[in-house]
Design a protein around this ligand. Structure first.
Ligand SMILES: [Zn+2]
Length: 305
């Protein structure tokens, strides 16, 4: 049994690719109130948003299944309700956001997600930036799959407010949603907005830098100016932070587009370090070369591997 558990852990797919598999025994869950009914939970993997109130608990994203008990304990420790997690909304299929799905389903939660996300979890998926960053997500068991799916949007009426789940097409993946808590005035952006540097964009799974820019511009235009923003990864933020990050994506895309116009090859763009002015965004996960590839494959629609 012990051996089996160990093997299961070793086989867990870590979609965050370049990141080391976290040591779950050492992970602590930090829960912070964002606004109204909504809390943000940070552990390992993507940020979780939680609506906690008299109707029970709804969470956006699930991190990793070995953390489910710690996450439940953190939610209970808020002292708001003893009721369980009743609904799970997945922002996109990557396992650092969905690996915990089955654990909450086993506890009676209903999983909700965009229909493309369900297909990718059910069939498995090859993720990547079109170039060197690449990973395999195996098919998931039925218990991890969304029960309710939608094409464009869906609304939940829970804990005294309307919770709008809105599909943004072809951004981080082809099955992204952002979740807007209308009364608490909080939006969870999934991985359409992150704070670890250049974003990973899953070009192999229908994402593109153009879609990321469009999604962030739409969010900046549609949500109230003072909305609290929960990013897919990193600290809570504002729409001004989203705008600054959108500008970085637009400016870097313009540089790669110009290089393409000048008939430069991908290797030339890397050798010439054309994204050097944005060096502060270059990280261990997505460095400048990986982001050049991301934009290149987004703009050219070249054969994706
Ligand atoms: Zn992701």
């Amino acid at each position: 049994m012990r051996k089996l558990c160990l093997i299961a852990l070793l086989l867990l797919p870590f979609a965050a690719a370049a990141q080391q598999p976290p040591d779950f025994s050492k992970v602590e869950i930090k829960a912070t109130k964002v606004s109204g009914n909504v809390y943000m939970l940070e552990g390992a993997g993507g940020n979780i948003a939680a609506s906690v109130g008299e109707d029970g608990i709804l969470i956006v994203d699930t991190e990793y299944s070995p953390l489910a008990d710690k996450i439940r304990a953190a939610l209970k420790n808020l002292g708001v309700t003893d009721k369980p997690v009743r609904f799970v909304i997945d922002t996109h299929y990557h396992d650092d956001h969905t690996n915990g799905n089955a654990a909450y389903a086993a506890g009676g939660a209903t999983i909700i997600a965009q229909e493309n996300l369900r297909k990718r979890l059910e069939n498995g998926s090859t993720g990547g930036n079109g170039g060197a960053l690449k990973f395999q997500s195996p098919p998931q068991p039925k218990a991890a799959l969304p029960i309710i799916t939608y094409d464009d949007h869906i609304a939940l009426h829970f804990n005294g407010e309307e919770i709008r789940v809105i599909h943004f097409a072809g951004a981080h993946t082809d099955g992204d949603s952002v979740v807007y808590f209308t009364k608490s005035n909080v939006v969870h952006m999934g991985d359409e907005f992150i704070r670890y540097g250049f974003p990973f964009i899953d070009v192999n799974s229908g994402g593109s830098v153009q879609g990321m820019i469009a999604a962030c511009e739409k969010a900046s235009a549609d949500f109230p100016a003072d909305v609290k923003v929960i990013p897919g990864h990193g600290a809570a933020a504002s729409l001004d932070d989203v705008r600054e990050y959108t500008k970085m994506m637009k400016d870097t895309s313009a540089v790669v587009a110009q290089a393409l116009k000048d008939h430069k090859t991908l290797d030339q763009m890397k050798q010439e370090k054309i994204l050097a002015p944005w060096q502060k965004y270059s990280g261990a996960f997505v460095n400048s070369d990986a982001f050049i590839e991301t934009i290149y494959y987004s703009l050219t629609g070249a054969k994706r591997n």
